[in-house]
Design a protein around this ligand. Structure first.
Ligand code: SF4
Ligand code: MSK
Length: 670
């Protein structure tokens, strides 16, 4: 795919061009100026000790090259990958730890601004963790859940609590190959130990620890984080919202929440809508307060409150260049330090909030869960006070696109049968009948090294045309949102005949936005539910399902890709392979992992090849499961899907429907 423009987003590209005309540099120019080191890019550089860095290059490097210590290219490349997995796992899991600490503080009454919002989800989680909940005070149950989760971080032996959520056969594979994760911190520490100078030198053995660490991320850190966030702030259900740069308002205070952690952002949502704050904003000349999001903090508040999103990773500098952002709070992960330098050219205040992350040039307002409201109000006031400093500088883009987000595991189950018949049966049936060819998780970052968001858009378009249902998270969702793909109309216009029928019957888009990066855990539990439902594979492995992160850039994406591969999903990552220097490591991650787990981790820069590989994996899985051969427009017999009206009718007639915790699409509060 030619890189025609820097971004495939129309508004993004307009801002980039405006910035170039005004001599403002962004990641796009820096990516052009700063070429990747070809040795490091392919995993052939080792710098774990000071006899190096050793660059293992040259003809026949695989057979001959060795570092000063004698390390082979395979062990160097494997070590590099395992270190990426460890860092990605640490990022998600440290976030999860903070969520568990917040849940504990809320349950014990020391974090007075937080409470249990979704008691039903709390009870569901308590049930999985084998914690008694019937007849007990909610906060007691929440405290026990938080403590049980915290055990997962420091456990030395045994297995993570949530390993048992995976299908039995998936667990058996992990035990057979010795990769069932024990404790989250233990796996990260052991990965770092084994990849330090002079320890583990067997590529396959090293990569097995990579898998164990990544599984601690997926079935540990990510899943814990998703569940606690749902318990504290509510399990998402579909809502309408908006995306792109037109979400910023000329006459209101624009405050952006950026990063990954939802805790402070949730309280900011509340504070910004308080009458006192709105009155204060008016006293400073604004008509109101407009909250917007960026990256995954955006996804968190979008999923639960419909707060509009300005987009994903590569949009963060562009948002500032609209000239309309009065303040941007940043917590942790995927925050470009360049935003503080750029903000100096505008009036935007960058506010760091995490005790773990400071950026030179930013104002630091430290958050802790015991004083959340105080901190949130201080930040909202700072944004308001900065509104009068706004000048006419900026690109002032007004275009925005509608979207529907908020598809949790629970809602997807509900939408297939209502409260009383919630199940994954209709989805499995639709796959078996060939109406839906397969399912793809289209996830991960957007990246200035390619035409940003273009590969997400290309694959989304082609996959739904081929009757593939897409579930998306993170900046992949933002890419689809800003392109206008997260609406039911997209199914009518672009989806193949089978997928279109399913989407029309249920009233859903063909791309379901499941949340932030940590919410990839929702895909794991959905795949597990499909396995339990029957008719397809009885484990995650063997499903007509593929994971794709076409523009990934973060170490977290490598951890995510690896935990999907080890859970039984073939995964294709875009871009050049970070272990491309070693054929042996690539062989292990594809052939050996496929034999053991029926998952694989491929790296493929060509979007057309990614598409072909994906459809091939799906069709081969269908064949192995002896499902009807996929033919567009030709379907086998299947049960009739309940449409929204039929579902409502069923609920009306059922006793106790008033207590239903999920329902139809609601309007955003954003
Ligand atoms: Fe070089 Fe070995 Fe040190 Fe790596 S560990 S930098 S290969 S000497
Ligand atoms: S924010 S990890 S750029 S998806 Fe979750 Fe986006 Fe990738 Fe960060």
């Amino acid at each position: 795919m030619d890189k025609v423009t820097k971004s495939a987003g129309t508004s993004a590209e307009e801002i980039i061009e405006w910035g170039e005309a005004h001599h403002l540099e962004t990641c796009f120019e820096r990516a052009e100026k700063l070429k990747q080191c070809p040795i490091g890019e392919t995993g052939a550089c080792c710098r774990v000790c000071h006899m190096g860095p050793c660059r293992l290059v040259g003809r026949n490097a695989e057979e001959k090259a060795e570092g000063v210590c004698g390390a082979s290219l395979a062990s160097v490349a494997a070590r590099n990958l395992v270190r990426m997995i460890a860092a990605g796992t640490a990022a998600h899991s440290d976030h999860a730890r903070d969520m568990a600490m917040t849940l504990l503080a809320a349950a014990e009454g020391t974090a007075k601004d937080f409470r249990i919002t979704d008691v039903r989800k709390l009870y569901k989680v308590a049930g999985i963790l084998e914690i008694e909940f019937e007849g007990r005070p909610v906060n007691d149950v929440a405290r026990d859940v938080a403590l049980k989760f915290l055990e997962d971080f420091g456990r030395q032996t045994g297995e993570l609590n949530y390993n048992k959520r995976a299908p039995g056969k998936t667990q058996e594979r992990w035990r057979k190959w010795g990769v069932a994760p024990r404790g989250i911190d233990r796996e990260v520490v052991e990965a770092l130990h084994r990849t330090s100078v002079g320890v583990d030198h067997d590529a396959d053995h090293l990569l097995a620890q990579g898998i164990r660490t990544a599984l601690a991320d997926g079935w540990g850190g990510c899943m814990i984080s998703t569940d606690i966030t749902d318990i504290l702030f509510g399990t998402p259900k579909p809502l309408r919202a908006e995306s792109s740069f037109g979400i910023f308002k000329e006459d209101e205070v624009n405050l952006v929440v950026h990063g990954h952690e939802p805790t402070l952002a949730e309280i900011i949502v509340d504070a910004a809508s308080s009458p006192e704050m709105i009155e204060y904003a008016k006293s400073r000349g604004a008509k109101g307060i407009n909250l917007g999001g960026m990256c995954c903090t955006a996804n968190e508040v979008l999923m639960r409150h419909g707060i509009p999103t300005a987009g994903g990773f590569t949009n963060q500098e562009l948002g500032i260049m609209t000239g309309l952002v009065d303040a941007m709070t940043v917590d942790v992960q995927c925050i470009m330090p360049a935003i503080t330098r750029l903000s100096e050219k505008f009036h935007t205040k960058i506010i760091t909030t995490s005790p773990k992350a400071k950026i030179p040039g930013a104002v630091h307002v430290e958050y802790d869960e015991h004083h959340a409201r105080e901190t949130a109000e201080k930040i909202v006031k700072m944004a308001i006070d900065n509104f009068p400093n706004r000048t006419s500088e900026g690109s002032h883009i007004t275009r925005k696109t509608p979207l529907i987000a908020g598809f949790s595991h629970e809602y997807i189950e509900y939408m297939q049968g209502g409260k009383w018949r919630a199940s994954f049966r209709p989805l499995n049936d639709a796959i078996m009948a060939g109406r839906i060819r397969g399912v793809v998780g289209l996830v991960g970052c957007d990246n200035p090294r390619v035409q940003a968001t273009s590969i997400h858009k290309y694959l989304a378009t082609e996959l739904i045309k081929n009757d593939v249902l897409i579930v998306s998270t993170g900046c992949g969702s933002a890419a689809c949102a800003t392109a206008g793909y997260l609406t039911p109309e997209t199914a009518l216009e672009n989806a193949g005949p089978g997928l279109r029928e399913v989407c029309e019957a249920i009233g859903i888009p063909p791309i379901l936005h499941l949340g932030a990066c940590v919410d990839n855990s929702r895909i794991l539990t959905i795949a597990t539910a499909m396995a339990h439902e029957g008719g397809l594979s009885d484990e995650i492995a063997g499903m007509p399902a593929v994971g794709i992160a076409p523009e990934w850039m973060s170490e977290k994406a490598i951890a995510i890709g690896t935990y999907f591969a080890a859970s039984g999903v073939p995964v294709i990552m875009g871009g050049e392979s970070p272990v491309g220097a070693s054929r042996e490591v690539e062989r292990i991650m594809t052939e050996v992992w496929f034999e053991r787990y029926m998952g694989a981790l491929h790296f493929e820069p060509d979007p057309e090849k990614i598409l072909a590989m994906t459809l091939d994996y799906i069709d081969r899985a269908r064949e192995n499961l002896k499902l009807r051969k996929y033919e567009p427009g030709k379907f086998g017999a299947e049960r009739v899907l309940m449409d929204m009206a039929a579902r409502r009718e069923l609920e009306r007639s059922a006793a106790g429907a008033a207590h239903a915790g999920v329902g139809g699409i609601s309007e955003s509060q954003g």
